[in-house]
Design a protein around this ligand. Structure first.
Ligand code: NAD
Length: 496
């Protein structure tokens, strides 16, 4: 096989979500000589990326986007206006915009030398494999758009998390539409975490690039590696086999989630014995073979990735005739459900086994701090169990999740509990004090810093089981609203 060296001038990123937007912005920032165009079918999302209020919240993202999207001059001006006397690198100030957002998918694909596919790959809701298999509809749709419009030789990059062997599916789609034309396919899974996306992209532990063992595959991988090498040390860029690359993303998420379920299983034993799960996590984590990360007992993992990726892994294992492997990973999900259920039932038991006439406050809805992402929040499972006890009301406050996003998530409870109707029991409030007023129990379900107890403050009124997200640092308590608020509030103690 012969293949020309790959020259990248225009990159098209399909999907302007939590992965596509920040990834494209960071690539554009560090590669001022290429154009990066992010396309999405969602006009509102694209408008937001073009405007002043980005559609997602990530620390540091605004600066990165502004510099690449608006060019240095404008960024420099606005920074100087905000911070009189501040200086900025002249070179940065002079840079031209090279990050664009558009709904013109077809036209952009036609121009591109490389297409990153970072569309959503949720769990299938219906049909074969429902609840476990990956719903590949959006991904296949994006592949078809590329197949019908891309220039010969355009490099296709899987950024979405997909089942192992998806690269073959992509090649089949390309071959069906453009027989005989070479389109190198790469797998480049994204390891960023929401809440630290910019930091993770700027200083990645590793960049995995999976390619086929062909000349065109290696050349395409080298071209992608060159984009990353603009800011990532070469030794962190790992070229590997394409199937290894696809599977390593599922394996990484499954193992992270497994640690959370492991420590949570220990917390259940602690509750019955008087052992302290925090002390155990600390001493276990001091073993260098284990390490301290991801050993915080809490409500279990949430968010749009861990559950769906483990479900995908179990489905893949079963389809490969490996039911024992599927059962092994399934247990990580079972433990996660058990943890939430136990927490909610502990709350009910603490409130004398009845929520009738009582108000419960939920502080924090996001699945972890520093993100406004309301998807797959542990809070939803807790709320579902609490609602079965017929509370007078449940008041929710989150500093970043929008009311409409929370209500959209709660709408799955609509049929059974009529939750957010004017007379419904659940209310989303923008004022934490109003949310806490006259409450019988305040549950801290996200480890936002604003909810933390400072050492000067008095001890929590009553201990419950862990009420924090999996990587949180909040003590596992019903607690007082803390110093970040400008005044103290009194909180009704749960009856003892
Ligand atoms: P998202 O839902 O926020 O964004 C996906 C976007 O793709 C949506 O805006 C949607 O409108 C768009 N889209 C879908 N089909 C399209 C098409 N044919 N043409 C144009 N646009 C299309 O999803 P996300 O959270 O960014 O995740 C994307 C992928 O990355 C998923 O596979 C996910 O598993 C993976 N991932 C996510 C994270 C994370 O923290 N969110 C981290 C690592 C990997």
């Amino acid at each position: 096989e012969t293949a020309a060296n790959v020259h990248i001038r225009t990159v098209c990123c399909i999907g302007a979500g939590y992965v596509g937007g920040p990834t494209a912005a960071v690539i554009a920032l560090h590669n001022p000589h290429i154009r990066v165009i992010v396309v999405d079918r969602d006009q509102k999302r694209i408008d937001a990326w073009r405007g002043r209020h980005l559609p997602i919240h990530e620390p540091g993202l605004e600066d990165v986007v502004r510099l690449a999207r608006d060019g240095g001059a404008e960024w420099y001006r606005s920074k100087s206006e905000n911070e009189p006397g501040s200086t900025s690198d002249e070179v940065e100030a002079a840079r031209q915009p090279n990050l664009f957002f558009s709904t013109a998918c077809v036209e952009t694909i036609k121009e591109a030398d490389m297409c990153l596919i970072s569309v959503n790959t949720p769990t299938k809701k219906r049909g074969v494999g429902a609840g476990r298999a990956t719903d590949m509809a959006a991904f296949e749709g994006a592949c078809r758009d590329v197949a019908m419009n891309a220039k010969p030789g355009c490099v296709l990059v899987e950024k979405s998390t997909v089942p192992c062997k998806t690269g073959q599916l992509m090649k089949d789609i390309m071959e069906a539409h453009r027989p005989g034309v070479v389109f190198p396919v790469l797998s480049n899974p994204e390891f960023l975490s929401e809440g630290t996306a910019v930091r993770d992209l700027m200083q990645p532990d590793r960049v995995v690039i999976g390619c086929e063992s062909t000349i065109s595959g290696h050349r395409a991988a080298a071209a992608l590696a060159n984009l990353y090498a603009a800011w990532v040390p070469r030794e962190r860029i790992a070229p590997i086999n394409i199937w290894s690359s696809e599977l390593c993303k599922l394996a990484a998420n499954a193992m992270l989630a497994q640690r959370i379920s492991s420590i949570n299983s220990i917390s259940a034993i602690c509750e019955r014995t008087g052992a302290d799960v925090g002390e155990i996590a600390k001493s276990v984590g001091m073993d260098p073979r284990i390490g301290p990360q991801f050993l915080k007992a809490g409500l279990g993992f949430g968010g749009s990735c861990f559950r769906k990726d483990i479900a995908s892994l179990t489905y893949l294992s079963e389809s490969l005739g490996l039911p024992e492997v599927a059962a092994y990973w399934q247990q990580v999900l079972t433990m996660n459900d058990f943890q939430r259920d136990r927490f909610a039932r502990n709350v009910i038991a603490t409130l004398n086994n009845s929520l009738r006439g009582k108000k419960i406050t939920i502080l924090g809805y996001a699945f972890k701090k520093n993100t406004g992402d309301a998807r797959e929040s542990p809070a939803l499972d807790v709320i579902r169990i609490l609602l079965e006890e017929g509370p007078k009301s449940i008041a929710i406050f989150d500093p970043l999740c929008s009311e409409s996003d929370i209500q959209r998530e709660l709408s799955v409870l609509e049929q059974d509990f009529a939750v957010c109707t004017p007379a419904g029991p659940v209310e989303v409030l923008s004022d934490p004090y109003a949310a806490c007023a006259d409450s019988n129990a305040i549950l801290v379900l996200t480890d936002w810093d604003m909810f933390k107890v400072t050492p000067q403050q008095t001890a929590p009124t009553k201990l419950l089981s862990p009420a924090e997200s999996y990587d949180g640092t909040t003590p596992s308590d019903i607690l007082r609203i803390t110093s970040n608020f400008d005044q103290q509030t009194s909180i009704t103690k749960p009856p003892t």
